[in-house]
Design a protein around this ligand. Structure first.
Ligand code: KG4
Ligand code: ZN
Length: 390
């Protein structure tokens, strides 16, 4: 009820978000930090598929081609003119430098021509806000402190997140509870591959197509997750660091031990070349050994993500666990985290599957508390491919 009153009077600030850090060109309009009026994502998967991964030069060229129509589409779907926005938010990093530069340059030019502030956003903070955005809109805002796992093709990283107390910004604006700034502390992260990268590389070895996560997610349901035991990687120094290259290498050696699987790998490669990429098309071309292998691989990855994240949540006395990024779309991962939530009493939050992968609504939402605090970038703003969150 208070939602509809808010949206009529007073008018809510509209933030235009722009995201181009990897292989998705995205733009979105978000009202009042939590109502998505539009979210347009132009995926480049079809372009990168034949290389089995993102090719940076092709990605930047495609961002250049798509960014103007994507922003126009976001404004049109939101039913606004670009001059109606209160600010332009853009992903500053981390990501591929050539891809980021397209968004940052375009965002700067657009903000300047509209005479609106430009708010630079850390892509990782965007993933945190993907969770908060929907939870708040559903009236189920997470409690802080929280532990956040960001798990995608480029990142596997754990943060401790606290929310600033309500009060007054230096610009005189009042900080309200759910739009108060967040503060992050890095707890751990991957020492080698990101979890999504491991999914993609294993899928490539098994000729299951690109990206690997969604197809392995579906095929794993038909295999025995206990069939292959992958040794947990021992990590010295920080119990909250991850390592996935060992599991990937173990899959490689397992395939060498099973030369009889080469025939079906070739058959799946031929099916993919014909454009037959669905789980329905590929499953009949998978032996029980392969289905067991993907189920066991997924079990090993999900168990590791779950174990370290929940241990961190307990150590840091988190009220909530937030899980975001492309791999957060994984069904087994969601089920396991939900089971752990029921057991420990710590609430677990995921974005919808659409907001798990890269999008610009999360960038606009992350910019909102900064907009309220009066933060804006100088015209000298640059893309920062290695920008840390903490
Ligand atoms: O967040 P995202 O769109 O882009 C990056 O910032 O990387 O995540 C893409 C990654 C890919 O590695 C993809 O294989 C993985 O997320 N992914 C999944 C699933 N859907 C996407 N991994 C496991 N299960 C899924 N359902
Ligand atoms: Zn991402």
């Amino acid at each position: 009820m208070s939602e509809s009153r808010q949206s009529q009077n007073p008018p809510q600030d509209l933030i235009l978000g722009i995201e181009s850090s990897c292989d998705e060109t995205a733009a979105a309009v978000v009202a009042g930090g939590k109502t998505i009026l539009s979210s347009v994502v132009a995926s480049q998967i079809d372009i990168h598929r034949k290389y089995g991964g993102v090719v940076p030069e092709l990605a930047s060229r495609e961002h250049l081609r798509r960014i103007v129509p994507v922003v126009r589409e976001a404004a049109s779907q939101a039913g606004i003119a670009l001059r109606d926005v209160s600010a332009v938010a853009v992903t500053r990093g981390p990501g591929l430098v050539g891809s980021l530069i397209v968004g940052v340059t375009y965002g700067k030019a657009l903000a300047m021509s509209l005479g609106k502030p430009l708010i630079p956003v850390n892509h990782l903070e965007g993933h945190v806000h993907a969770v908060l955005l929907e939870a708040q809109a559903a009236g189920r805002a997470p409690q802080f402190p929280a532990v956040c796992l960001i798990v995608s093709g480029g990142h596997t990283i754990l943060y401790r997140v606290i929310r600033e107390a309500a009060g007054e910004h230096c610009n005189g604006n009042t900080i309200r509870g759910d739009s108060a700034p967040l503060h992050y502390g890095r707890i751990g992260g991957t020492r080698d591959d990101a979890a999504g990268e491991a999914y993609d590389k294993v899928a490539k070895m098994l000729a299951l197509g690109y990206p690997g996560g969604p197809i392995i997610d579906q095929l794993a349901a038909f295999g025995d997750p206990d069939a292959v035991r992958f040794a947990t990687t021992k990590i010295r120094g920080n119990a909250y660091d991850f390592s996935f290259s060992g599991i990937k290498t173990a899959v490689f050696y397992l395939l060498r031990k099973h030369p009889e699987l080469q025939g079906e790998i070739n058959d799946r490669g031929a099916a993919l070349a014909r454009g037959e990429r669905s789980a329905q098309a590929l499953k009949p071309l998978c032996s029980k050994t392969t289905l067991d292998l993907v189920a066991s691989f997924q079990r090993a990855v999900v168990d590791d993500l779950l174990r370290r994240t929940m241990a961190a949540a307990e150590e840091f006395k988190a009220e909530s666990v937030l899980v975001s990024g492309g791999v957060a779309a994984n069904r087994a991962l969601r089920t396991e985290f939900e089971k752990a939530a029921a057991k420990t009493g710590i609430s677990v939050y995921f974005p919808s599957r659409a907001l798990s992968t890269d999008n610009a609504a999360m960038i606009a939402a992350a910019a909102y508390p900064r907009f309220l605090a009066g933060e804006a970038a100088e015209v000298t703003l640059n893309a920062e491919p290695n920008l840390p969150l903490a």
